[in-house]
Each structure stands twice: as C-alpha cells, then as structure tokens.
Design a protein around this ligand. Structure first.
Ligand code: FES
Ligand code: FES
Length: 181
C-alpha cells in the first residue's frame, strides 16, 4: 500500500545552500499504480529516488544512474521513461506505473510477465523491471510494433546476464499473445 501523503523529511541541519545547489520544495500530486499520492519534494529529487526511497517501491532498479542501462524504466502517462533522468516534480499531475503495479497482490501475471517466465527471459533479474515496463508499453499499443520498433525499444536496455535472446523471445511471445501471430 502506498502512503497517500508523504511528508517532507526534516532537514538534518539548517543551512543556506550554495548558489549552485537548486533549492525549493514543491507539492506534487500524481497517481502511482492507480493510487493517489501527494508529497512535498525538493526540486532536484529524481523520480527513481522518489519511488524507491519516499514511497517504498523498490521494484524500480537503479543501475547506471545516467540514462544508459534502462533498469530504472517506468511508464509515465503510458510512455517508458528513465526515472534516473526524470525529476519527481515533472510528474505532477501524471500517472506513473511501476513493475509493482502490473500484478499486485494475488492478481495473475500479465502476458509480458508470463512470457519472461516461460521464456526464461531473466537470470539475476536486475534489468528485468525495466525490460518488462518497456515491453508492456509495446503490448499496449493499438497496432503491433514491427521488428525494427521492437529492436529499437529494447536497444535502450542493458542486460549483463542473458545474452538477450530469451528476452527477445519473451517480448515476441507477449506481442503474439496480444496481437495474434
Ligand atoms: S539507472 Fe536509469 S538508465 Fe540506468
Ligand atoms: S538478468 Fe541479470 S542483468 Fe539482466
């Protein structure tokens, strides 16, 4: 359960930030996995840190921290974004979906999650939430993406374990289930 209102943390010490350090707090209201969340956030707070540290959704993994590996991908208004390159304040009024929201509680796995399972599309699993969220966006399109579009979408994700073959099989299987073979 996501806390509906997240208070701003109390600063450890009162100090004047240097000019190079952005300051200021903003009140934001958004939905995360369908639940309303309001919070006071610092201007520079990354969406990855907001999700993981402020509201406890640690399924979004952080690898490179500079937009290269794709592990931190979530859906922002149904489009994949890298949370290490997105500020929490940019999400005011938006709908964020994380891997935790795909099959909450006892809900059945989504077709993408099932395909990653049956195709062994993971080993250590660190990259998996990012791949799964991008693949989910592909399956939610109104028209099946072609092979180049799938390759382009997956090229933004790095996996250090699988060699990618099973990941591509999983995404194709999920697309087959969604759009027909
Ligand atoms: S942690 Fe965001 S892209 Fe690598
Ligand atoms: S499964 Fe280990 S990094 Fe992808």
């Amino acid at each position: 359960m996501i806390p509906s209102s997240v208070p701003a943390p109390t600063p450890l010490t009162a100090r004047t930030p240097p000019l190079s350090e952005p300051s200021g707090w903003h009140r934001i209201a958004l939905t995360v996995n369908g639940e309303g969340v309001t919070a006071e956030v610092e201007s520079r707070l990354l969406l990855s840190d907001f999700l993981r540290d402020r509201i406890g959704l640690t399924g979004t993994h952080v690898g490179c921290e500079h937009g290269v590996c794709g592990a931190c991908t979530v859906l922002l208004d149904d489009e994949p974004v890298r949370t290490c390159l997105t500020l929490a304040v940019q999400c005011d009024g938006a709908a964020v979906r994380t891997v935790e929201g795909l099959a909450p509680g006892e809900a059945p796995l989504t077709p993408v999650q099932r395909a990653f399972h049956t195709c062994h599309g993971m080993q250590c699993g660190f990259c998996t939430p990012g791949f799964v969220m991008t693949a989910t966006a592909l399956t939610e399109r109104s028209v099946r993406p072609d092979a180049d579009e799938v390759a382009d979408a997956l090229s933004g994700h790095l996996c250090r374990c699988t060699g990618y073959r099973n990941i591509r099989r999983a995404v194709c299987q999920a697309l087959d289930e969604r759009f027909g073979e």
